[in-house]
Design a protein around this ligand. Structure first.
Ligand code: 9MG
Length: 259
């Protein structure tokens, strides 16, 4: 899954793809490098990010999704928590909802159920504005697993088929370095819940803390973490550096298959 933030303030690529031309060029490059999904986001979820209005988000993402759907043979994912954005994005051609709020907004949940597209439910503690202030868990793996399992069950009880649900422990969303490392070590526990697992660690600050590298120089660290996630059964990698990740995936896959 290649990341396409059409925002002025995302932590890694904020402001780079706010014009339609730049966004399309970047999406095409990611597809050519091996992305089979493109995740389009119009509101930054980085720590400290300010919320944007529904209209602002729509203005940012809908033209991009419409153009991508007409041009690229990839699945388009909409990164949003808002019902109106979900509805219009799916109408414009998005085929997956990536909600860092796990569809806890009732209207967002209703929209997802009515549209019949798959959803990625992500865990976070707190909100982007303050989530890194004082994250606290007694048992981070147990608490994140329980949250995701509960959210998946709520959706299933409301009529969503199990094969439309993906789970994501939400690396960096209301978690300390130790919480993130524990979750990354225990990804196989999330895989055992029986839903495909998606992980987003690409260029995140924990990699900067561990390597001392600036955001743009974290590709190798991102690929290393992504490969270890694959090894534990993670199915979708949300990344900025599609080419290097695709190479790692090819090597990992060849080793698995012995050819
Ligand atoms: C939008 N976004 C930013 N980071 C993310 C992550 O780790 N997972 C998912 N699903 N979405 C993310």
């Amino acid at each position: 899954m290649g990341i396409l933030n059409v925002t002025p303030d995302s932590f890694s690529d904020g402001g780079r793809y706010t014009s339609l031309t730049a966004a399309l060029r970047h999406a095409e490059a990611m597809a050519a490098a091996g992305a089979s999904l493109i995740d389009v986001g119009g509101e930054s979820t980085r720590p400290g990010a300010a919320p944007v209005s529904v209209q602002q988000e729509l203005d940012r993402v809908i033209p991009v999704i419409t153009a991508l759907a007409a041009r690229l043979p990839v699945l388009i994912s909409i990164d949003t928590s808002k019902a109106a954005v979900i509805r219009e994005a799916v109408q414009a051609g998005a085929g997956l909802i990536n909600d860092v709020n796990a569809l806890q907004d009732e209207q967002a949940q209703d929209a997802a159920l009515a549209l019949g597209v798959p959803v990625c439910l992500m865990h976070k503690q707190g909100n982007p504005a303050d989530m890194q202030r004082n994250p606290h868990y007694v048992d981070v793996v147990h608490e994140v697993c329980t949250f995701l399992q509960t959210r998946a069950q709520v959706l299933r009880d409301a009529g969503m088929p199990a094969d439309r649900i993906l789970l994501d422990p939400g690396i960096g969303f209301g978690k300390t370095l130790t919480h993130n490392l524990t979750l990354l070590r225990e990804l196989h526990t999330f895989v055992q819940l029986g839903y495909p697992v998606l992980i987003g660690i690409s260029r995140k600050s924990m990699l900067g803390t561990l390597t001392g590298r600036a955001i743009a120089d974290r590709a190798a660290a991102s690929v290393a973490a992504a490969t270890l996630a694959l090894q534990q059964g993670v199915r979708i990698l949300r990344v900025h550096d599609v080419g290097p990740t695709a190479d790692a995936l090819r090597i990992w896959s060849a080793i698995q298959q012995g050819s």
